[in-house]
Ligand binder design. Sequence first.
Ligand code: ADP
Ligand code: TRP
Length: 320
Amino acid sequence: MRILSGIQPTGKPHLGNYFGMMRQAIELQQQGDAYYFIANYHALTTISEAETLRANTQDVALDFLACGLDPEKTAFYRQSDVPQVTELTWILSCLAPMGLLERCHSYKDKIARGLAASHGLFSYPVLMAADILAVQSNVVPVGRDQKQHIEVTRDLAIKFNNQYGEVFTIPEPSILEAGAVVPGLDGQKMSKSYNNTIEIFGTAKAAKKQIMRIVTDSKQVEDPKDPETSTIFALYKLLASPADQEALEARYRAGGMGYGDAKKTLLEAFEAHFGPLRERREALANDPDYVEDVLQSGAARARKLATETLERARQAAGLA
Ligand code: ADP
Ligand code: TRP
């Protein structure tokens, strides 16, 4: 089984990114041949300062390695070090119906949020399809908001194969129910663009501040509370063992516990999980040569596969 996923270097990772995509990707490394990359060509659709893009790219590399990406198992690379994907993007673009791309929510959402409507932003799903198809990946771990892009990828791969002969593996998305939509501080989907995130690699102090801002209902300390409608509990479930979840659930239902206490319990679980990862990240930040070596050797592996795939696509389409 071949697994591929990408993450955009567009800011500090939060619990939504971690439980929607990163943790799943880390676990899947054990089950197959994994290719994970930093989607800096994608980020170019929204970041126009070179230094910001460069610094964010380095940050994401540290984030992913600190979270447990194992470079012995996984090819980890910058998307722009595998430029074959851009050539494949063009080939796929010529098969991509306008209507298919016009239906993509992500583009419409970004325009609604005020991003400039560039051609790159519009054709973003075709670049994503090229990432996936270039390495012939079977499985793509993502959060639910990316599902539609995997469907576009499948459509384009099927269309190519029908028109020119079998070249591409048809990929499947892998979406974990537990992390499919992680709620943010205000209860909406956690997202950088809603300013409602809990960053996984901020300081302990910053995490505390963010957790204390989680919006709750106005129940009093003595009132029994419903864990099912509580953002604090939803986040705790992602971090705690089943026994600990049951214990907090019982405290909710019994009454006598204020939301402040529930937030403290959440903060403890957060620190137990991310404290050690934060330390690992600091150590990695002091070894930029190691990180660069990892990215270069990952890129060499990805380029080899992408070059083979591209050659087959070029032959099939009559370009070579
Ligand atoms: P953001 O919305 O903060 O800009 P991205 O769009 O960069 O996040 O998402 C990166 C990855 O993290 C994607 O695979 C996406 O599906 C996942 N992801 C982001 N936010 C969430 C969330 N709240 N719940 C689950 N997965 C998420
Ligand atoms: N579009 C994804 C996001 O915003 C990032 C991404 C780019 C990706 N190429 C990919 C994810 C290929 C999975 C597979 O999160």
